[in-house]
Design a protein. Structure first.
Lengths: 283, 347, 322
């Protein structure tokens, strides 16, 4: 893997912008209900989903709660075993549980900024772990310089100050940036962001989504942006896939899908999105 | 008529490092049957304001000044308004839920998981109205659940059998059970996804039209209020910085913070342009700067903004007030978010 | 509605540079009291035998003498000085108490955290083990085991006591670990490739510190009481002095009926004070963990507000904290 060892800013892996980094087809997962020892068939959370994530592009997966989008992300990250379907990382098929190489290539950012960081450890400790586990840094000096570089990459300044802080001393937006930095520390090719801004104030969402956009562009990351807010998908994503009841019901370029929705459910999502006051009934 | 008047309310918290001023001298007026939206980022004091008005502050919080005057819409004009902050004991209990009720964020998680939904609503009624018979209560619960769209068939359901949106509707039903004049809602839909959120908000407006109660709706998401509220107040660092009818705010916001908020979320049908949000972050409650609290982040800040704190004063148009020395007087130059587009009927 | 309380507290805390819960600054009088009492006992335990005016086993004075200048707490039936016995006994009592607490806590951590973390068959087996030990009546079991330890040392007694005291802590830790295991930061750490042993030691255990320490304190109290009970019943070693042994001899000599209060009240009182001290210290842990429980300055009451001079909002004093 090529990288700039001193600062850890390089991205690794084959392919320029536009190549398919992660491709999934026929993903299926159902959660069986269990009463006593007998297993009852449960509803399929994900039923035959196909997805393609290209480097340097943001694909938005839009749907309500219960549509299966989070489960899809977990299946893509191999955090859950899929029932059937294939996952190809840079063309190579992946098994049902993640190898170290897969973990290095595919990383996930979670929804809840308050839950994704261990309250007992400093930010510096959090950042040092992936660097050490994957042997990107061996000495304390290397860990320090790479941690600082990571925090700068997510625009947390002054970086040195943040290293010594605990999660409860940071705001929600700052925590989410740390979570992104942690994902970047592993030097992934694919970033799966599961509703990364849903729990943040509306006024700071733009900043974080702009950061994701910037990372996709400059680091050639393939980003999957999961959300229930189709308005933000329209602004930040290149392609949109609309998910309902475990299936993808519509997909296409972001502008196209939002301006000329084909499926009824897409129209429902668009109708529910904020219209900036233009949807008022009264004058 | 004004059913709730908050005048000069200030609240501070006792913390190990000294008092922190969460709310500074806030004035708000809520008219009967009105939907007043209160918008602001996390930490601006809006939840504290809600707790202070509903007398639910935790022990560390104290009201350090101001009054909350309540005037019932059914009272004759001669009856003087009641200061909610002075109520104690039985009058407070009688006031709560019958005159003013609340729905809080994640209230759907406040339902007792081992009790049926119907009995929880009945409990709420029984706590504040001893005179209803059991049969009347049951009938009222069924009526309430039908009214909010959950359906009386769910009277005997447990909370885990209902979705998040349904549970929140149950909480709204509970809040409306005794026909209050004012309902305080603090981020009632934040934990729900956008479709359910829209449904519930439409439901609230429909109920409001039918029952005539006033709503104080607190949220960090200004975009919701733009579509729903009659009037909007914007809060920053513990005080109200702008207050205006919603249509006026959309057309011509005056305070730079409001303008910043308006341009930080994408409307689904506006032109696509760069969204920046507001750079920086709100000040900590103990590190409030001298002068205007927003000045460090304000693109229009001038020297006088750093020295003196602007007070909320009536603006150029009626029913508008703004706390700024250099408010914008014409529509902002940014295209899209503030341009007037033809009215669209919601499907 | 605990979320409600957290929200405004979070708002109030935002921007406030509160670091870790204050460790060095002890504000709460309860914690101070507990710490002082415990400190006194520890000093007694360490220096007691040297400070004792008399040899506790030697017959020094009049039998059953009431407290006087020569014998601060009087004498026993055989003329031994009660005060010296108390000082000497502190060492064994505290040693047994803390040793048993420590052993039981280590056992509880090993069994409980493992059970909670591995799940499946391992969890079932370990849970079965803890359930068995929970159900067996503690005192009879200890008596039986101690019966094999004639004149055994304090540590052996501590080991025996810890056999009965670890199971409750194990159950609590298992439940806590089960809940922590599913927390997002653990899942995220696993997704980043952390090894299992690191997950347990560095991700999960640090979040259970408060429960573990609290368990240790409470188990120590339990151990001291059990040891006193054992000694009182004449089981185990009665040749070394401990507070429990004093009670045994006092009861043996029917001190209760003849009213020799100076013999049985001091050791009983010391045991009680020791338990109280550890209980008070427990508050410190609770408050350290949960900022909402921190002592609120007096005078802040919920209800009618106190009149406050309204400060003009126009100008702030120069040099106000930024």
């Amino acid at each position: 893997m090529t990288d700039t060892a001193s600062t850890g800013t390089g991205t690794a892996g084959p392919g320029s912008a536009g190549t398919v980094a992660l491709a999934a087809s026929g993903l299926t997962k159902s959660y069986a209900g269990r009463l006593g020892r007998r297993r009852r068939a449960g509803a399929a959370a994900v039923a035959g989903v196909d997805l393609e994530l290209r480097r340097g592009a943001i694909c938005a997966l839009v749907g309500q709660s219960g549509s299966g989008k989070s489960t899809t992300a977990r299946l893509l990250a191999l955090l859950e075993r899929r029932d059937s379907g294939t996952v190809l990382l840079d063309g190579a098929p992946a098994g049902t549980s993640p190898t170290n190489a897969y973990r290095r290539a595919v990383q996930m950012v979670f929804q809840d900024p308050f839950a994704s960081l261990n309250p007992a450890h400093t930010i510096g400790y959090h950042l040092s772990r992936p660097l050490r586990v994957h042997r990107y840094a061996r000495s304390r000096a290397q860990v320090l310089s790479q941690s600082v570089a990571l925090l700068e990459r997510v625009h947390l300044r002054p970086a040195q100050e943040f290293l010594g802080k605990f999660p409860h001393q940071l705001s929600g937006g700052e925590r989410q940036r740390v979570a992104i930095a942690l994902a970047l520390a592993v030097r992934p090719r694919v970033l799966l962001a599961d509703e990364p801004v849903s729990m943040l104030d509306v006024s700071i969402r733009a900043g974080l989504l702009n950061l994701l956009r910037e990372l996709a562009d400059t680091q050639r990351l393939a980003v999957l942006y999961i959300t229930h807010d189709i308005a933000s998908a329209r602004y930040f994503a290149d392609t949109i896939a609309v998910m309902y009841a475990g299936r993808i019901v519509e997909r296409g370029p972001a502008r196209e899908v939002t301006e000329h929705p084909a499926h009824e459910y897409t129209r429902l999502l668009l109708a529910a999105a904020p219209r900036g006051g233009r949807g008022r009934d009264r004058g | 008529m004004n059913v709730l008047e908050v005048r000069g309310l200030s609240v501070s918290y006792a913390t190990p490092d000294g008092p922190a001023k969460a709310v500074s001298s806030v004035d708000l007026t809520l008219r009967a049957g009105e939907f007043l939206g209160l918008a602001g980022e996390s930490g601006c004091g809006k939840s504290t304001l809600a707790l202070a008005v509903s007398r639910l502050l935790p022990p560390a919080g104290t009201v350090t000044g101001g009054s909350v005057l309540f005037r019932s819409a059914s009272d004759p004009a001669q009856v003087p308004p009641v200061d909610v902050l002075d109520l104690t004991g039985e009058p407070l209990r009688a006031f709560r839920w019958r005159q003013m009720s609340m729905v809080f964020q994640s209230a759907m998680n406040s339902l007792n998981p081992v009790m049926r939904v119907g009995s929880q609503v009945a409990d709420a009624i029984r706590a504040h109205d001893r005179l209803m018979s059991r049969a009347e209560r049951a009938a009222r619960c069924a009526e309430l659940l039908d009214m909010v769209g959950v359906g009386s068939g769910h009277l005997r359901s447990y909370p885990h059998q209902l979705s998040g949106g349904m549970r929140q509707r149950v909480m709204i039903a509970m809040a409306l059970s005794l026909g209050p004049q004012v309902v305080l809602m603090d981020e009632p839909t934040t934990a729900l996804d956008v479709v359910v959120q829209r449904e519930i908000l439409d439901e609230i407006r429909a109920l409001q039209a039918r029952l005539g109660f006033a709503v104080l709706f607190i949220t960090h998401d200004l975009s919701l209020l733009l579509d729903l509220a009659d009037r909007i107040a914007v809060m920053y660092a513990g005080s109200v910085v702008e207050e205006a009818p919603a249509a006026d705010l959309i057309a011509c916001a005056a305070h730079p913070y409001t303008i910043g908020l308006l341009s930080s979320f994408p409307a689904v049908d506006g032109p696509v342009r760069e969204l920046t949000g507001i750079p920086g972050s709100p000040p900590g409650l103990r590190q409030l700067p001298d002068g205007c609290a927003f000045a460090p982040r304000c693109p229009r800040a001038a020297a006088d903004c750093l020295v003196q704190r602007p007070l909320l004063v009536p603006g150029s148009a009626p029913h508008r007030s703004v706390a700024c020395f250099h408010p914008a007087r014409t529509p902002a130059a940014e295209p899209g978010s503030q341009a007037l587009a033809p009215e669209k009927r919601r499907p | 509605m605990s979320i409600l309380a957290a929200q405004p507290a979070a708002e109030a805390g935002q921007g406030v540079t509160a670091g870790r819960p204050a460790r060095g600054r002890v504000r709460d009088p309860k914690v101070l009291a507990g710490g002082v009492i415990l400190g006194v006992f520890v000093i007694l335990a360490v220096a007691g035998p040297y400070l004792a005016p008399y040899n506790p086993s030697a017959a020094t004075g009049a039998n059953l003498a009431a407290p006087s200048a020569a014998h601060w707490l009087g004498t026993t039936q055989t003329g031994q000085d009660v005060f010296s016995e108390l000082l000497a006994g502190a060492r064994v009592t505290l040693l047994v108490g803390f040793a048993a607490g420590a052993i039981a806590t280590v056992l509880a951590v090993i069994v409980g955290v493992t059970a909670g973390f591995v799940g499946g068959l391992g969890d079932e087996l370990l849970s079965l083990l803890s359930n068995v030990f929970l159900v067996i009546p503690a005192l009879p079991l200890v008596i039986v085991l101690a019966g094999y330890l004639h004149n055994a040392g304090a540590l052996a007694v501590a080991a025996v006591i810890s056999v009965t005291g670890w199971a409750f802590g194990a159950r609590v830790l298992r439940a806590q670990t089960l809940s922590l295991r599913e927390r997002e930061f653990v899942v995220a750490a696993r997704a980043r490739g952390e090894r299992l042993w690191r997950l347990v030691l560095f991700e999960i255990l640090p979040n259970e510190r408060a429960i573990i320490v609290s368990g240790f304190l409470l188990t120590s109290v339990f151990a001291v009481l059990t040891q006193a009970s054992l000694a009182f019943l004449g089981v185990g070693s009665i040749s070394s002095w401990s507070w429990g042994t004093m009670l045994y001899w006092a009861q043996n000599a029917e001190a209760f009926t003849i009213g020799a209060w100076w013999w049985y009240v001091p050791p009983g009182l010391c045991i009680g004070l020791f338990g109280m001290a550890l209980g008070l210290l427990n508050f410190a842990i609770d408050e350290g963990l949960n900022p909402r429980l921190r002592a609120v300055p007096r005078g802040r009451k919920h209800g009618p507000r106190r009149p406050v001079v309204r400060r003009p909002v126009v100008q702030r004093k120069a040099g106000a904290a930024r």
